[in-house]
Design a binder for this molecule. Sequence first.
Ligand SMILES: NC(=O)c1ccc[n+]([C@@H]2O[C@H](COP(=O)([O-])OP(=O)(O)OC[C@H]3O[C@@H](n4cnc5c(N)ncnc54)[C@H](OP(=O)(O)O)[C@@H]3O)[C@@H](O)[C@H]2O)c1
Length: 258
Amino acid sequence: MASTAAAAAAAAMVPKVALRSGNATPMPAVGMGTASFPLVPEATKNAVLAAIEVGYRHFDTASMYGTEKPLGEAVAEAVRRGLLQSREELFVTSKLWCTQNHPDLVLPSLRETLKNLQMEYLDLYLIHWPVSIKPMPITSRNKKEDAVPFDVEGVWRAMEECQRLGLAKAIGVSNFTTRHLDKLLAVATIPPAVNQVELNPAWQQRTLRAYCAEKGIHVAAYSPLGGQNWDGTGRNAVLESDALAGIAKARGGVAMDI
Ligand SMILES: NC(=O)c1ccc[n+]([C@@H]2O[C@H](COP(=O)([O-])OP(=O)(O)OC[C@H]3O[C@@H](n4cnc5c(N)ncnc54)[C@H](OP(=O)(O)O)[C@@H]3O)[C@@H](O)[C@H]2O)c1
């Protein structure tokens, strides 16, 4: 088991990204995702506790993953055990699901997320996808015929309100293309701080990264090691890429050693 001091030293080694939003928490550049299908809440809770013990300070969840509650329980237990002084040592992201992607559902959805997490605020709240599905209980298996037009201006106004209320220190988006961002930036009073997208050596998002760099939007990568075989082909283009092999070799055969 790592000591608290060793965990703090490991956490301090991770570079932090300054998000442009006024009151935003600096974002540790390495974070742990909590999406897990099928979900085993106890396993998520234990994984988060183990991650905190070795120095992770950035966690990513979403209302759709069902992992807000086990993440919140793990953080509360980490504070009880003295692994953390308080939740403020962490950077916590959650996301608005497509069925919640309606102007009047944004604030209630964030309040529900915070209740699940047992937290007063999020460090980052994201629109999960630029897609709206008619309101219904959350599931990842939505039908095409349930899609409705996405009111980007109305939803973003509500996201801005979340930040103004201090319930989210920064707001952003996920899975937005440059065209989606064009539409959003045309109506935004507070521009998105982050766009979280799939990004790895086999899918480098060059156009999107150049666009976001110009607009001051931080690009966060998901599936940096290639995801969980979503296409069922078993291809391993990322883990077998020269880029990752080079990093592992340079680091003595260990890609991440915190
Ligand atoms: N915004 C979005 O729409 C979105 C979408 C997807 C993911 N995310 C976020 O990103 C997080 C990460 O997602 P992910 O797709 O990268 O899933 P992941 O489960 O973190 O990793 C994907 C696969 O990479 C391999 N892997 C992970 N760590 C490894 C290591 N240290 N050494 C060797 N192989 C390793 C694993 O392969 P094995 O199966 O062989 O163990 C794993 O199945 C999610 O939990 C979620 O928080 C966001």
